[in-house]
Design a protein around this ligand. Structure first.
Ligand code: ATP
Ligand code: MG
Length: 438
């Protein structure tokens, strides 16, 4: 991709409306623009990151055995009346009336819709269990949308729902999602710590928020330091009993600052091994038993033909929030530092002297060699000062930069720079391509 043709409206100054670093950097890097309070346009660079995050989430959901569906954003109020939530949900729900005066709403979540899909299409224990997920837009009319896409009104969520015959099955599904979440966030370069969330009247210990640690996170969190090093489970582990892994990840102390009690025995026992940090909620999983299946009559025939009300759980990931979350966890004074797995392009190719035939030629050659090697590159071919090009490239945070100038070209060399470490190395163009292809 040529930067001269790309829609990348970077900003030199910090926008006044942005209070946290990820919001500032997303605006400055030309990733998003606000359309209305808590509602955003995703520009090309931002959308590439969003899609990469989506891809990782999808791969891990699929690996855990969930099947992708796509449900409507606009839902009929009927189902919500059946579940009893229509009146309870309050002002966060955007209610809409269609031309026939039918009550509709923009989905803030999809338990009702997915339960309806299930009850219409699954009738027997032979077709159980099932896990269905989607990656789609939600709308919640938050009182105070803020911090950019971190707390929007319209936001992209992965929501998965499990259906099982009994509690043991529901726990097994919960455990699969638990492991899928650890893997998903780790692949984005994040360490997510599962923290026991308020389970409500049912659910027991089966409700966890996944919180990533970032110095600029919204809430304070406490955990045993062992969480910072625990190995991430392998995908192959899905073939085994996952309970020991989940027990290991839930056995030590964790608490958000509202729940933290410095006087608790568990906290005193940890002593100096207690880590106090900031965190961002990027996922939430919970088991809610027969809450919706009972109200909406989601019943299947058991082995002797007896009706069984299915056990359910739901599992959310804030996909659009993660874009901001990753930036909070990975940036410096110059801008964003993307982990390779989610980077919008792997490489930025900087032409230090656009218009100089030799330099242009070397850049064109590298650009096509990278394309042939299947490496995503953004080529800064603009007629701009070198300083401005360096600043923009550092700001948008591509993992690698290849810097091409007349002096180097004369010797057959280019500079390869790693954004995360700042390390620079002089190499031949061929070596640069080989290194970036690895
Ligand atoms: P929060 O406590 O942050 O308001 P929640 O508990 O209401 O979130 P869930 O219903 O658990 O949210 O939604 C699943 C995930 O969706 C959350 O873990 C979060 O990552 C994301 N999410 C929720 N609300 C928003 C929002 N307004 N903007 C962006 N992402 C959100
Ligand atoms: Mg939550």
């Amino acid at each position: 991709m040529r930067l001269s043709a790309y829609l990348l409206p970077t900003l030199k100054e910090n926008p006044a409306e942005a209070q946290i670093v990820s919001h500032r950097l997303m605006l400055r890097a030309g990733m998003v623009r606000q359309h209305a309070a808590g509602i955003y346009n995703w520009l090309p660079l931002g959308l590439r990151v969003l899609r990469n995050i989506e891809r990782i989430v999808r791969e891990e959901q699929d690996a855990a055995g969930a099947q992708e569906v796509l449900m409507p954003t606009i839902q009929s109020a009927e189902l919500w009346k059946e579940s009893g939530r229509y009146d309870d949900y309050g002002k966060e729900m955007l209610r809409i009336t269609d031309r026939h005066d039918r009550e509709m709403l923009y989905g803030p979540t999809h338990e009702e819709v997915v339960t309806d899909i299930f009850r219409q299409n699954v009738k027997s224990y032979r077709d159980m269990p099932k896990m269905l997920y989607q990656i789609h837009w939600k709308f919640r009319d938050e009182v105070r949308p803020r911090f950019g896409v971190m707390r929007g009104r319209e936001f992209l969520m992965k929501d998965c729902y499990s259906f099982d015959m009994d509690y043991a099955g529901a726990r097994a599904s919960y455990n699969r999602m638990f492991v899928a979440y650890l893997r998903t966030f780790a692949r984005m370069g994040l360490r997510a710590i599962p923290m026991r969330a308020d389970p409500g009247p049912i659910g027991g210990d089966m409700s966890h928020e996944f919180i990533i640690l970032a110095d600029t996170g919204e809430s304070g969190v406490f955990c045993h330091k062992s969480f910072l090093e625990k190995p991430i489970p392998e995908a192959a582990d899905y073939g085994k009993d996952l309970q020991p892994i989940v027990d290991d990840w839930t056995g030590s102390y964790t608490a958000t600052d509202e729940k933290h009690d410095p006087e608790a025995d568990a906290v005193k026992a940890i002593g100096a091994d207690l880590v106090s940090a900031r965190g961002i909620e990027v996922g939430h999983i919970f088991y809610f038993g027969t809450k919706y299946s009972k109200a909406m009559n989601a019943v299947v025939a058991g082995p002797s033909g007896e009706p069984v009300t299915v056990e359910m759980g739901s599992y959310g990931i804030g996909v659009s929030r993660l874009v901001a979350g990753i930036i909070e966890a990975s940036h410096d004074d110059a801008g964003i530092i993307w982990p390779e797995s989610v980077a919008p392009f792997k490489v930025g190719l900087i032409n230090l002297k656009t218009g100089d035939a030799a330099t242009d030629g070397a850049c064109e050659g590298l650009h096509s060699a990278l394309r042939r090697a299947g490496v995503d590159a953004l080529y800064d071919d603009r007629d701009e000062r070198a300083g401005a090009k360096f600043a923009d490239m550092d700001l948008i945070g591509l993992p690698w930069q290849v810097i091409v100038g007349p002096k180097g070209v004369a010797k057959g060399m280019v500079e390869l720079k790693c954004r995360a470490t700042g390390a620079r190395e002089e190499v031949t163009a061929e070596t640069a391509v080989t290194r970036l292809t690895l």
